[in-house]
Design a protein around this ligand. Structure first.
Ligand code: SDX
Length: 429
C-alpha cells in the first residue's frame, strides 16, 4: 500500500480501494472504480458550486485564505501595489515573469497601439438607451469584437493569441469609456497614446473642451494600483467562466464576454456597486445597528463582506483603504466612508460575522473611491472588468495549453422522473 494514497472501504460491498493522493488531492475519476455491480457507472463526487473541487492546476495566483495572502506568480500583492504598475503586473500575470525594460517597452507599445476600436462599434453603443447599464454595453461590445477579428479563432497560434491579448488589454478601457460617455450623451474621446494606461482611461472618460487632457497624478496612480489589485484572483467565478467557455475552443473575445457577464453578478464583481447602494440605503451612522440586525436576520446580505476563500481580512481591502485616503485628500472625503467604517467596526466584533469569518473583501471600499473620483455606481463593476481582463487571458491561455484540459462537461445526479409514457392533451389534468 502506497503512503500517498487513501484506502477506501465501500461498506455496501466490503471491498477496499487504493486511491492515489497527489498534491494533497485525489482525482475524482479514480472514484469511478467504486461500484456495487460490475456494470454500474461507478461513483462520482458531488460538489455544488465547487466548494471543494480543483478545476485545474495553475501557476498564476496563489491565495492563502486563512492568512489573507495573495500573490501573482509568487510576488506578494502588497509589493506589486507598492512598486509595480498595472501594465507591468498584467505582463507578469500573462507571461509569468516580470518584464525586462525592453520587454515592458514593447508590451506597452503594443497595448498602447491597440487602444482604438473599429468605428462601427460606436453604432452598437448608439443602439443602447441612455440609461443602459454600462456592464451590459461592455459585455455586448466585447462579444462584438470577435466579429471584427476572425483571426482570433486561431487559438492555438501563439502569435494570434498575443495579438488578441494586445487588443483586449488595449481596448477594454476604450469600450468602457465609450459606454460611459454614451450614458452621458457626451462625444466619445479617442485614446491619447502619450498618456499612461490609467491616464489615457481618465482622458477618454473625463476630457471635455481642453485641447490636451492632463490626468490628476494622484487619481492616475490610485487607479493604477486599483487595477493591480483587481488583475487576477485564481479560480473566481468569472475566471472559471473564462476557462469553461474557452474550453469549447471559442475565440477569446466571446469567452471574455462570458467572463464579464459572470463578473457583473452582485455576488461577484457587481458587489462594489451594491456596497454603495447599501451605504446610501443605510444613510447615517445611527442607522447602522438596525441594518446589521436585518443582515443577521437573513433579510439582507452585508455587501462587500465575506469571501469563499478569504476567512481573514482580504489583503486587497487593506491596501484599498489606504488608497482611499490619498483620493479623498484630492477629491474630498466621501461622507459614506464614516458609515462604511462604522459597519466594519460593528461587524468585526459581532459574533454573527466573526463566527462566519466574514471580513471586508475587495469590493467593500472600492466604491467609495470610485464615487469620489466621479464615477456613477453603475461604472463600478466596469472598473473591475478592465484590469481583470489580464487575469482572464492568463487563465484562458493556461487552460488551452494544459494537456489535461478538454471541453468542460460536468456530470449530474439525476433526481427526475423515471421513464413515463406521453399523455395526450385531453387526458392531462
Ligand atoms: C469578489 O471568488 C473570488 O475570488 C471573488 C473576488 C475576485 O477577486 O474575483 O474576490 C471578487 O467577488 C468578492 C466577493 C464580492 N461579493 C460580495 O461582497 C457579496 C456579499 N458576499 C457574499 O454574498 C458571500 O460572502 C460570497 C458570495 C462572497 C461568498 O459566499 P459563500 O462562500 O458561498 O458563502 P455562503 O454564502 O455559503 O455563506 C456562508 C455563511 C452563510 O450563513 P449560514 O447560512 O451558514 O448561516 O455566511 C453568511 C451566509 O448567510 N454570509 C453572509 C455574507 N456572506 C456570507 N451573511 C451576511 N452578509 C454576507 N455578505
Amino acid at each position: 500500500m502506497s503512503r500517498d494514497s487513501l484506502t477506501i472501504t465501500d461498506n455496501r460491498t466490503g471491498k477496499t480501494y487504493e486511491i492515489p493522493v497527489t498534491d494533497d488531492t485525489i482525482r475524482a475519476f479514480d472514484l469511478r472504480q467504486i461500484k456495487l455491480n460490475q456494470n454500474d457507472f461507478g461513483m462520482m463526487s458531488y460538489d455544488p458550486a465547487f466548494n471543494n473541487t480543483a478545476l485545474c492546476k495553475s501557476k498564476i495566483s496563489f491565495i492563502d485564505g486563512d492568512n489573507g495572502i495573495l500573490r501573482y506568480r509568487g510576488y506578494p500583492i502588497e509589493e506589486l501595489a507598492e512598486r509595480s504598475t498595472y501594465l507591468e503586473t498584467a505582463y507578469l500575470i500573462i507571461f509569468g515573469e516580470l518584464p525586462t525594460r525592453k520587454q515592458l517597452e514593447e508590451w506597452t507599445y503594443h497595448v498602447t497601439h491597440h487602444t482604438f476600436i473599429h468605428e462601427s462599434i460606436k453604432k452598437f453603443l448608439d443602439g443602447f438607451h441612455y440609461d443602459a447599464h454600462p456592464m451590459g454595453m461592455l459585455i455586448s461590445t466585447i462579444a462584438a469584437l470577435s466579429t471584427f477579428y476572425p483571426d482570433a479563432r486561431h487559438i492555438f497560434d501563439a502569435e494570434s493569441r498575443r495579438k488578441q491579448t494586445y487588443r483586449l488589454i488595449g481596448k477594454m478601457p476604450t469600450l468602457a469609456a465609450f459606454a460611459y460617455r454614451h450614458s452621458l450623451g457626451m462625444p466619445f474621446v479617442y485614446p491619447d497614446n502619450e498618456l499612461t494606461y490609467p491616464g489615457n482611461f481618465l482622458n477618454m472618460l473625463f476630457k471635455t473642451t481642453e485641447l490636451k487632457y492632463r490626468p490628476n497624478p494622484t487619481l492616475e496612480h490610485a487607479l493604477d494600483i486599483l487595477f493591480i489589485l483587481h488583475a487576477d484572483h485564481e479560480q473566481n467565478c468569472s475566471a472559471a467562466a473564462m476557462r469553461n467557455v474557452g474550453s469549447s475552443h471559442v475565440d477569446p473575445y466571446s469567452a471574455c464576454a462570458a467572463a464579464t457577464a459572470a463578473l457583473y453578478g452582485p455576488l461577484h464583481g457587481g458587489a462594489n456597486e451594491e456596497v454603495l447602494r447599501m451605504l446610501m440605503e443605510i444613510g447615517s451612522i445611527g442607522n447602522v445597528p438596525s441594518y446589521i440586525k436585518r443582515v443577521k436576520s437573513g433579510e439582507k446580505r452585508l455587501m462587500g463582506f465575506g469571501h469563499r476563500i478569504y476567512k481573514n481580512y482580504d489583503p486587497r481591502a487593506r491596501i484599498i483603504k489606504r488608497i482611499a485616503d490619498e483620493v479623498f485628500d484630492v477629491m474630498g472625503r466621501n461622507p459614506l466612508l464614516d458609515i462604511a467604517l462604522e459597519v466594519e467596526r460593528i461587524a468585526l466584533q459581532d459574533e454573527y460575522f466573526v463566527s462566519r469569518k466574514l471580513y471586508p473583501n475587495v469590493d467593500f471600499y472600492t466604491g467609495l473611491i470610485y464615487q469620489s473620483m466621479g464615477f456613477p455606481v453603475t461604472m463600478f463593476p466596469v472598473l473591475f472588468a478592465i484590469p481583470r481582463t489580464s487575469g482572464w487571458i492568463a487563465q484562458w491561455e493556461e487552460m488551452l495549453l494544459d494537456p489535461e484540459q478538454k471541453i468542460a462537461r460536468p456530470r449530474q445526479i439525476y433526481m427526475g422522473h423515471d421513464q413515463r409514457p406521453y399523455v395526450p392533451m385531453d387526458q392531462r389534468s
